[in-house]
Design a protein around this ligand. Structure first.
Ligand SMILES: [Fe+2]
Length: 433
C-alpha cells in the first residue's frame, strides 16, 4: 500500500477506535434514548458503518449491498432522531458485527482503488475523507449523548496547559478583502467551496472565547431576566426552556457547579463557557455592548495571513495541530483554560479559535456563491434554510481530521447539548479605520 493509503487506513482505524470506546458499555445504555435530541448510541454505531457501506463499498467500490433491508433505518433523513428508538435497529452485538464486516471490505477497496483517477469521489481519497470525517462527527455526537446520559468514566483531565498571561481583550482587523472557503483542500466538504473573495470593513474581535467568569457575571447581573438583551426568538426560547445559566450548571452554596460526564465540580472560571445556545450567546453579546462575529469575520481572523495574502489551513499555518497549539480529539474532556495556547495564535493575534469549544457566529448557514452540492444534497444543501446558525473552529471533542479554518458546522439556534461557546466582535468606528 502507498504511504497515502497507509495514512487513510490509519485514520479509518483511529475513528473506529473512538466509536468502539464510546459504545463500550452495557447494552441498556446503548439502546436507550437519553434525550429526544439524540439517537440511541447503538443507532449511531450502525449508522457510521452503513454510511461507509453506501459510499465506499457501493458507490466507490461497486459492491452489492450487504444488508439492503437495513438501509432505510439508518437513513438520517427518513427518520428524525426522536423517532429512532422505535425502529427495529440492530442490537449492540449485531451492530458491531455489521460495521466490522463493512470495514474489512473497505480496506480491500482501499487497497485496489486508484486514488488519482478522474472520478471526483476517488480523487485524493475524497470518499475515504468523507467517511472518516463522518465517523468522527458522530463520535462527537456520541460524546454529547453520553454527557446527557450522565454516564461516568469519560472524564479525561489530560495534560492541558494552564491559563495564559493577561493580554489584550480584543484584536483589530483592518478593512480589506480575504479569500473565504477553499478550492484546494481535497477533503473539504461542498459547503466550504468554492473559494471566493470577501471584502470586510474593519472590526474588533475577542482575542479569546468568552470565559465562564465573564458569563457568570452576565448571569449574576440578571441577564436571563432582562428582556433588553434577548432577541424576540431568544425570549421565546428563554420562556419555553426556563434556562437560567448554561446547560449542566447549577447554583449551590453561593457558587456555580457543573456536571460533566456524571461528575459534579465547581465551574472553572478560567475556561471558555460551553453548552450555551445561539440565543444565549447573542444575549450575552448585547449585554456586553458587542455582537457575534459574522462567519466571514471569524474565518478571516482565524485563517487569513494578510502579509502573505494566503489562507492558512490552521491559525498557526499549515502544520498539523500539536498538543501545544490546540485542545482537540478528546485529549481532555473539557475546554482548556483561556490563553493556554499562545503558540496556536492566528496571524492577527486571536487564540483558541481551533478546538476547545465550537463558536457560534452571527451568520445563517447558507451556500457560498457558486455552490454545487457534492456528493449528495443531503449533506449541506437541505440545511440552507435560514433555520441553522453557523458554528466554527471545532471543540475539545473534535478530531483534527475535521478541523480547519474553512470547516463549517451548523445547528438550530436553540441547541446547547453540543460543545458550544462563542467569542464577541464589534464593528470599528470610522476613525478606527
Ligand atoms: Fe450521519
Amino acid at each position: 500500500m502507498s504511504d497515502f493509503k497507509e495514512r487513510i487506513a490509519a485514520e479509518l482505524t483511529a475513528a473506529r477506535s473512538r466509536s468502539i470506546a464510546y459504545t463500550d458499555a452495557e447494552d441498556d445504555l446503548l439502546v436507550r434514548q437519553h434525550s429526544p435530541l439524540m439517537s440511541p448510541l447503538v443507532w449511531d454505531l450502525a449508522h457510521v458503518g452503513n454510511y461507509e457501506e453506501l459510499w465506499v463499498l457501493r458507490q466507490a467500490g461497486g459492491i452489492a449491498p450487504l444488508r439492503p433491508e437495513i438501509d432505510d433505518m439508518y437513513d438520517a433523513f427518513r427518520h428524525p432522531r426522536a423517532d429512532r428508538p422505535s425502529l427495529p435497529v440492530l442490537g449492540p452485538g449485531e451492530a458491531r458485527h455489521y460495521i466490522g464486516g463493512v470495514r474489512g471490505r473497505v480496506l480491500d477497496v482501499l487497497d485496489e482503488i486508484d486514488l488519482h483517477g478522474p472520478d471526483p469521489l476517488h480523487r485524493d481519497g475524497f470518499v475515504f475523507g468523507l467517511v472518516i470525517q463522518h465517523e468522527h462527527q458522530h463520535d462527537e455526537t456520541m460524546l454529547a449523548t453520553l454527557q446527557l446520559s450522565g454516564q461516568a468514566g469519560l472524564v479525561r483531565d489530560g495534560d492541558l496547559p494552564p491559563a495564559g498571561p493577561p493580554g489584550p481583550a480584543e484584536v483589530f482587523v483592518p478593512p480589506g478583502s480575504f479569500v473565504m472557503g477553499t478550492a484546494t483542500r481535497p477533503w473539504a466538504y461542498d459547503n466550504e467551496r468554492p473559494a471566493h473573495r470577501v471584502e470586510l470593513p474593519g472590526y474588533w474581535i475577542d482575542r479569546l472565547p468568552v470565559g465562564n467568569r465573564a458569563y457568570a457575571d452576565f448571569v449574576e447581573d440578571g441577564g436571563y431576566d432582562d428582556p433588553r438583551w434577548w432577541s424576540g426568538e431568544g425570549l421565546h426560547w428563554l420562556r419555553h426552556s426556563r434556562a437560567f445559566a448554561p446547560l449542566f450548571w447549577r447554583r449551590d452554596g453561593g457558587r456555580w457547579w457543573r456536571t460533566r460526564f456524571g461528575r459534579t465540580e465547581p465551574v472553572p472560571m478560567d475556561e471558555p463557557v460551553q453548552h450555551v445556545c445561539w440565543y444565549e450567546a447573542d444575549a450575552y453579546a448585547r449585554w456586553a455592548g458587542r455582537r457575534l462575529p459574522t462567519e466571514a469575520e471569524w474565518e478571516r481572523a482565524c485563517g487569513w495571513d494578510a502579509e502573505a495574502e494566503r489562507a492558512l489551513l490552521h491559525p498557526w499555518g499549515d502544520d498539523a495541530p500539536g498538543p501545544g497549539r490546540a485542545n482537540l480529539g478528546h485529549r481532555a474532556a473539557r475546554p482548556a483554560p483561556l490563553g493556554a495556547f499562545p503558540a496556536g495564535a492566528s496571524p492577527c493575534g486571536t487564540e483558541q479559535m481551533i478546538g476547545d469549544v465550537w463558536e457560534w457566529t452571527g451568520s445563517w448557514f447558507l451556500p457560498y456563491p457558486g455552490f454545487r452540492s457534492f456528493p449528495y444534497p443531503e449533506y449541506s444543501e437541505v440545511f440552507f434554510d435560514s433555520r441553522h446558525r453557523v458554528l466554527r473552529g471545532g471543540s475539545w471533542a473534535s478530531d483534527p481530521a475535521v478541523v480547519r479554518t474553512t470547516f463549517r458546522n451548523w445547528d438550530r439556534p436553540a441547541r446547547r447539548q453540543i460543545f458550544s461557546g462563542f467569542r464577541c466582535a464589534r464593528s470599528a468606528r470610522p476613525e478606527e479605520g
